[in-house]
Design a protein around this ligand. Structure first.
Ligand code: G6P
Length: 483
């Protein structure tokens, strides 16, 4: 055997190092249905895809944590081919590509037709379809395997949301050395609803595979404990459950926003100018009311429009003094319930403007699109009254974003009691989103609220959101998991 050349030796050393790095894996693995990137439009047809970091709340919460350690985010890159690995702003991404059938069964089907409506008080009838369930199991396994392949010995794996409830147990069975956390971003329902699921035991066992299962509210954590004892045979008190000798801690970890990011932007002269210009473009009304929601049937957009319409008809609000801006961010457009909601919302907007508008003046300004952060913050600053009236919501970060953006200490937040945010934002004007007359009274009160009351409430709200910001949320969950 001859001597190896220096170049060959270098090459094989580098390979060994890279293999080692790959085997050594990540100290922190985040697993979520979506990767935090979107495919950017290509400049030329034959160029490779480029990926932009999406600006969502979870990304800004986790970016600092992810950048501090060797870490990877495992998730679905959306439809279309994706490379085996991606990197964006120093974050390693591991795409889990899904076939069209998998997307239909696991995402549109079981996640969005079964779990989403059921966990939101069954505001639409959940559908139980066996092939969707089988697909959900298979896809959960794909995510679990990808996470296992990325995780270094003893690593922390943090699994997110209702698409991936089986992943914690699947990971634990193969890699008992890992610390596994699970956080549910949406509500966790009471026994009366959860009991419907034909696969309720499997879902609970899936979650109980985690070391920590976090919920938005104490109610969610309590529901989980009751159900785990009843249907999975778990033992223990409210915040520590044991199943087959494995201890799982549960608790409330209310998610939040990057307070400073919103407050700093809102205070900039550019945003102030944009906010003032927006009011002028709206015709200089005395009061601007605002709704910003994903176009989802849980958000109560239709009831809100109905309430506004009745108030105009009864002349309790004057269309020359009050305008409503409703931003509806397109969402899950392939699901028929979402298509029906869009038609209803657009019909209501048309009917209100047809009845109460004039040439050159509309009481409702409706945008069906997502907004860039500066536009959004300018709208928050332009709005005297923010309407957050979901019929059920895990948290609702729009409420917190509005509060953070009100650097002037003014503005009124009308907030549904049935949003997780209502547990913390006690100084908002809280409403029952099903009580149409109550909503109407609240809206009139909000429009008429004197400045000193606005300031008192807003100061208290801002203190809460500033203190419990998203960095505190991420740190406290991870501390619970690692401690
Ligand atoms: C909710 C869920 C998220 C989800 C988001 C957008 O906030 O908790 O997990 O990503 O809606 O929905 P989509 O189906 O478009 O991911």
């Amino acid at each position: 055997m001859g001597e190896r050349s220096a170049a060959e030796r270098d090459r094989s050393d580098r390979r060994r190092r890279e293999d080692g790095a790959e085997r050594a894996g990540s100290e922190l693995v985040v697993v979520a249905n979506r990767l935090p990137v979107t495919r950017a439009p290509r400049a030329r047809p034959n160029q490779p895809d480029e990926w932009d970091l999406s600006p969502g709340g979870l990304v800004s919460a986790l970016t600092p944590v992810l950048q501090k350690r060797v870490s990877t985010w495992v998730g679905w890159p959306g439809a279309g081919p994706a490379p085996r690995r991606l990197e964006s702003q120093g974050i390693q991404l591991r795409p889990v590509s899904l076939t069209r059938a998998q997307v239909e069964g696991y995402y549109a089907g079981f996640s969005n037709h079964t779990i989403w409506p059921l966990y939101h008080d069954a505001v639409r009838p959940p559908r139980y379809h066996r092939p969707w369930w089988r697909c959900y199991v298979d896809v959960n396994r794909c995510f679990a395997e990808a996470a296992i392949a990325e995780a270094a010995p003893g690593a922390v794996v943090w699994v997110h949301d209702y698409h991936l409830q089986l992943v914690p147990r699947m990971i634990r069975e193969r890699r008992p050395d890992l610390r596994v956390g699970f956080f549910l971003h949406i509500p966790f329902p009471p026994q009366e609803l959860f009991a419907q699921i034909p696969w309720r035991r499997q879902i609970l066992e899936g979650l109980l595979g985690a070391d920590v299962v976090g919920f938005q509210t104490v109610v969610g954590a309590r529901n989980f404990a009751v159900l785990s004892r009843r249907y999975a045979g778990a033992e223990g008190e409210r915040d520590v459950l044991t199943l087959h000798g494995h201890r799982c801690r549960t608790g409330a970890f209310p998610i939040s926003i990057d307070f400073e990011k919103f407050a700093d932007l809102a205070a900039s002269p550019e945003i102030e100018r944009m906010a003032a210009a927006t009011r002028v473009r709206l015709g200089g009304p005395r009061r601007v009311l605002l709704g910003v929601d994903r176009l989802d049937y849980t958000k109560g957009i239709d009831v809100r429009l109905l309430v506004f319409e009745e108030l105009l008809r009864e002349r309790r609000l004057d269309p020359r003094e009050c305008v409503l801006v409703q931003v509806a961010v397109p969402s899950r457009e392939e699901v028929p319930d979402y298509q029906a909601l869009r038609h209803e919302v657009e019909r209501l907007v048309g009917s209100i403007n047809g009845e109460f508008g004039e040439v050159g003046r509309s009481p409702v300004h409706y945008l069906h699109r997502s907004l860039a952060m500066p536009e959004l913050v300018a709208l928050y600053r332009a709005a005297d009254v923010m309407l957050v009236t979901p019929v059920r919501d895990g948290m609702n970060l729009v409420a917190k974003e509005y509060v953070a953006s009100r650097v002037d200490g003014r503005g009124v937040l009308v907030l549904s009691e049935l949003a997780g945010a209502a547990h913390e934002l006690r100084h908002a004007m809280q409403v029952n989103p099903y009580d149409v007359e109550g909503l109407k009274d609240a809206l009139v009160r909000a429009v008429e609220m004197p400045d000193d009351e606005q300031e008192r409430r807003m100061t208290a709200l801002r203190r809460v959101v500033e203190r419990r910001n998203v960095h505190v949320w991420a740190r406290s969950f991870l501390a619970g998991l690692e401690g």
